[in-house]
Design a protein around this ligand. Structure first.
Ligand code: SF4
Ligand code: SF4
Ligand code: SF4
Length: 315
């Protein structure tokens, strides 16, 4: 009889071993800065007309059927545009504002920090996933390494990753900056094609590019029309910095747009000194997680083979 180990049982063993290996005091680790060629999105709330084109394009690009205008991110929705009621009118007198929500592609992501198997990682930065383009900083999920613990979902301050509760072989779903549209003939970080949401936006409210260029563009817009914008770019340093950047209308707080008020230190830099200490102090958890990953990968492939076989039978 084949040995089968549930994700829940594996997770329990892994957590126990990690706790046993924790050191008695936390250790600091250096601040993470954005890679020079990191890519991202600039969303300009003042330009958005709330048409929902980016939401539909996102679903189409990710092969998800349209099932009505979503109001929240979920396991079939990687991008949503919300209408926010403002606590006080904007400088232009508006009582509502649009905001697009998707993964922030944090410079120092909590989801990556929490994922001890490296299933969530910055593209190209994981030794366990060879061959990915380096330098984009896109936060991606690898099904072959995922234990299904949902630590990433809990760790994310922006409530972005969603778990496919009802799927036989659940995935963690979130925006991956349309990396599936990458041009394989073009090397380097900007081989990532224009994401669907940026390509379709009729108002140029969503722009894709290098984070450094997007920041410059955001400040150019603020300088050109100071009466139109809040004099701040959300994500420049919030939460340690993000690769999805936001502009708000003058008089509108980013918190009114639903973006959390965060210090310039990333949550990961604070928590990682504790949670990653076993990697510095003992090899046992590493071996344990490597073994767990191998078993999960094997079980996943077996489930996919069985699923494909079942599909052929039912045709
Ligand atoms: S927004 Fe959440 S899911 Fe996206 S990179 Fe940051 S921590 Fe990870
Ligand atoms: S980059 Fe792609 S996956 Fe992310 S929100 Fe835009 S269309 Fe959706
Ligand atoms: S397509 Fe552009 S204008 Fe339309 S909702 Fe999306 S961001 Fe706003």
């Amino acid at each position: 009889m084949a040995l089968t180990i549930s994700r829940r049982a594996l997770f329990g063993v892994a957590v126990a071993a990690t706790a046993a290996a924790l050191p008695s005091r936390a250790e600091a680790r250096p601040r993470v800065v954005a890679e020079p060629d990191a890519v991202g999105l600039l969303y300009d709330s003042t330009r958005c007309i709330g048409c929902g084109g980016c939401v539909a394009a996102c679903k189409e690009s990710n092969g998800v059927p349209w099932d009505g205008e979503p109001t929240e991110l979920d396991c079939t929705t990687r991008n949503v545009v919300k209408t926010r009621n403002l606590r006080q009118p904007s400088a232009a007198g508006a009582s509502t504002a649009f905001v697009k929500r998707q993964c922030m592609h944090c410079v120092d992501p909590s989801c990556v920090s929490a994922c001890m198997l490296g299933a969530l990682h910055k593209q190209g930065n994981s030794k366990r996933v060879p061959g990915e383009p380096k330098g984009t900083g896109i936060v991606v999920w690898d099904p072959d390494l995922c234990l299904g613990c949902r630590y990433c979902e809990i760790a994310c301050a922006f409530s972005i990753p969603k778990f496919e509760w009802l799927a036989a072989n659940p995935r963690i779903v979130k925006c991956e900056l349309c990396r599936h549209r990458a041009d394989p003939t073009h090397d380097g970080p900007l081989s990532v094609a224009n994401p669907a949401c940026a390509e379709v936006c009729p108002a140029e409210a969503v722009v894709f590019g290098r984070r450094a260029d997007l920041l410059a563009e955001a400040w150019r817009r603020i300088s050109a029309e100071p009466g139109r914008y809040e004099p701040r770019v959300y994500g420049e340093s919030d939460g340690g910095g993000t690769q999805s950047l936001y502009l708000a209308a003058a008089g509108v707080s980013f918190q009114d747009l639903g973006l959390p008020d965060m210090p310039s230190e990333s949550p990961a830099s604070l928590s990682e000194s504790v949670s990653h200490a076993p990697y510095l102090h003992g090899l046992t958890p590493i071996a344990l997680y490597a073994g767990a990953a191998a078993i999960i990968r094997r079980n996943r492939r077996r489930a996919e083979d069985e699923s494909a076989h079942h599909g052929e039978d039912s045709k």
